[in-house]
Design a protein around this ligand. Structure first.
Ligand code: HPA
Length: 273
């Protein structure tokens, strides 16, 4: 595993002339605008990067983007890998470990999520303060990669409190209300039944999705500071459960994408790396 990651990092370092990215960005369904605002320097197809997980279908084609946003050096994923597509936890998190080898210390994650908190509405934003990994998976199983971090990483402060405070401040300046809440990560790909929804809400979660937790856990293991902001694309209330379609999720994410992109840009401008 380590050798594969080091091969990939060596390939990229040559391509990007040793530019050391400071911030890694992973965006989800319909939220690609975030990367559109960056000054692009290199776009490298996943398929060219040694050992990068092979996309299984045409629609999963992706690129790793390198560039600059508000004076900070960025690496961003254009196209995400989900466990429900059949990728192993090691594959899903390969890009995070790769970013770590390239020098990334700040990991910014966005995704679409279903709202479980009845006070949430579609189109709202939520900063993740904590998560529940309910996928049954972890990329930290097997021999520990000592180069990255310890066998038993502490998860008491997985999401960086200072970054959340900064995000709240910037959101407020933009006139956006940023909820703060707990995200529960499930495997998917099916959406939840009403009974499952009640169970997940009772577990203390405010939002639910099929990504983020594996990546964030590996980010913590690598010693990264993590900020994750999700877009609530639909709200699931167990006693009057509406249907949710992929189109609804993508539409809501696309509508929210410009404001989210601006939010990320202003956060990137504000923080010191
Ligand atoms: N459930 C799980 N994942 C999701 C949802 C949902 O309702 N909406 C967007 N991603």
């Amino acid at each position: 595993m380590l050798k594969r990651l080091q091969d990939a990092a060596a390939y990229l370092n040559e391509k990007i002339n040793g530019l050391r990215p400071q911030i890694g960005i992973i965006t989800g369904t319909g939220l690609g605008d975030i990367t559109a605002l960056m000054g692009l320097m290199h776009r490298i197809p996943y398929s060219h990067i040694p050992h990068f997980p092979i996309p299984t279908t045409e629609s999963h084609r992706g690129n790793l983007l390198f560039g600059e946003t508000r004076g900070k050096r960025i690496v961003a994923m254009e196209g995400r890998l989900h466990a429900y597509e059949g990728y192993s936890p090691d594959e899903v998190t390969f890009p995070v470990r790769l970013m770590s080898l390239l020098g990334v210390k700040h990991l910014f994650i966005s995704s679409a999520a279903g709202g479980l908190n009845p006070n949430y509405e579609a189109g709202n934003f939520m900063a993740i303060t904590d998560h529940i990994n309910f996928t049954g998976l972890s990329a930290l199983c097997g021999p520990n990669l000592e180069l990255f971090g310890p066998r038993f990483p502490d998860m008491s402060r997985a999401y960086d409190r200072d970054l959340i405070r900064t995000a709240e401040k910037i959101a407020c300046q933009q006139g956006i209300h940023l909820h703060k809440g707990v995200y529960i990560g499930v495997l998917g790909p099916n959406l939840e039944t009403p009974a499952e929804t009640r169970f997940y809400r009772n577990s203390g979660a405010d939002a639910i999705g099929m990504s983020t937790v594996l990546e964030a856990t590996v980010g913590v293991h690598c010693g990264m500071r993590i900020l994750a902001i999700v877009v609530i694309t639909n709200v699931n209330l167990p006693d009057c459960m509406g249907e949710t379609s992929l189109e609804m999720v993508i539409d809501a994410a696309k509508n929210a994408a410009p404001a989210l992109a601006l939010l990320w840009n202003n956060i990137i401008a504000e923080i010191s790396v």
